[in-house]
Design a protein around this ligand. Structure first.
Ligand code: IPM
Ligand code: MG
Length: 363
């Protein structure tokens, strides 16, 4: 019998609890079909933790995450916390948990599902074959540099500092090269080396790391140009590696290529197999509690967790195929439905995917 793996579950705010509940049904089904065993622990995080505990990232939640093999996160945030001071904002909890768990690498695949090609705002022929991964540096750069307010010669000023060390660039570059190696062996390193010193260090370092990966084709793309090329020739990208803020922006852009942010999963990783898995979409407070959210991104995040943390490739394949079959059969939640009157709810989508999970030939 497989050993019991511990998953820390943070449902979070808005639609978080609804989509996480469906992901847990999927996990339960894979336990039944594949004999894997999981134990769940639950913690408060984000807005709900601010309300109930006075902080977005309570100590016991962090301890629970550290003690688990992987973390499954729903979504955090909502308008009721938007005007809070910085230390009482859900986003602060998110940045804090990434840093505290050493999750320096954020992996965001953007895959165009064939049957959803029409959901994108781009022409289907431009999207044809798009299958890329944004590897975003997650614990450095301007997000984490020194910030201050001060009086300057023209009144109040604000400063955000962007710092990168060679070590930080090197480890994310290595991870991106390793991922590229398992795919089409193409890496685009995105920077602003024509202007920023951190980007020049980034580029020098990536070039040095590339010596260890002669089999991977490396191109350097300036971030503004990359934003344009993503719309012009998305299918030519394989793996994109970039710093924290550029990755934040480009991963949203890449997500929209697929036309369906409700479909995209993500992983945040450190050095080992430990990871935090969450849908790319947010807490969608406007539709929370209505039972209409799309659970697919969270369910696909479970597949990523199985692959990257546990090495349970058979179950990951089964989940991904189940999702594909359900979509191919025409089932749609509202966000991806062409005919909004024919859409199904969160639970119905979860149930259909659960029912489609089975052992595949050859696994
Ligand atoms: C993301 C989000 C966060 C980020 C926010 C909510 C702090 O946009 O995960 O991409 O900027 O990293
Ligand atoms: Mg973002």
């Amino acid at each position: 019998m497989a050993d019991v793996k511990k998953i820390a579950v943070i449902a979070g705010d808005g639609i978080g609890p609804e989509v996480v509940a469906e992901a847990q049904k999927v996990i339960a089904k894979t336990e039944e079909v594949f004999g894997y065993r999981f134990e769940f622990e639950y913690g408060l995080f984000g807005g709900i933790a601010i309300d109930q505990r006075g902080t977005p990232l309570p100590e016991d939640t962090l301890a629970m995450c550290k003690n688990a093999d992987a973390v499954l996160l729903g979504a955090v945030g909502g308008p009721q916390w938007d005007n809070n001071p910085k230390e009482l904002r859900p986003e602060t909890g998110l940045l804090g948990i990434r840093k505290a768990l050493g999750l320096f690498s954020n992996i965001r695949p953007a895959v165009v599902f064939d049957c959803l090609k029409d959901a994108s705002t781009l022409k289907p022929e431009v999207l044809e074959g798009t299958d890329l991964i944004v590897v975003r540096e997650l614990t450095g750069g301007i997000y984490f540099g020194e910030k201050l307010r001060r009086e300057g010669p023209n009144g109040q000023e604000a400063v955000d500092t962007c710092v990168y060390s060679v070590m930080e660039v090197e480890r994310i570059a290595r991870q991106a090269f390793e991922i590229a190696r398992t795919r089409r062996k193409k890496l685009a390193s995105v920077d602003k080396a024509n202007v920023l010193e951190t980007s020049r260090l980034w580029r020098e370092t990536v070039i040095r790391v590339a010596e260890d990966y002669p089999d991977v084709e490396l191109e350097h793309v300036l971030v503004d140009n990359c934003a344009m090329q993503l719309l012009r020739r998305p299918s030519s990208f394989d793996v994109i590696v970039t710093e924290n803020m550029f990755g934040d922006i480009l991963s949203d852009e890449a997500a929209m290529l697929t036309g369906s942010i409700g479909m995209l999963s993500s992983a945040s990783l450190g050095e080992g197999s430990y990871g935090l898995y969450e849908p790319v979409h947010g807490s969608a407070p406007d539709i929370a509690g209505q039972g209409i959210a799309n659970p697919v991104a969270t369910i696909l995040s479970v597949a990523l967790m199985y692959r990257l943390t546990f090495g349970y490739h058979d179950a990951a394949d089964a989940i991904e195929l189940a999702v594909k079959e359900v979509l191919d059969a025409g089932h749609r939640t509202k966000d991806i439905a062409v005919d909004k009157n024919k859409s199904i709810g969160t639970e119905a989508m979860g149930d259909l995917i659960v029912a489609a999970i089975r052992k595949l030939q050859g696994n």
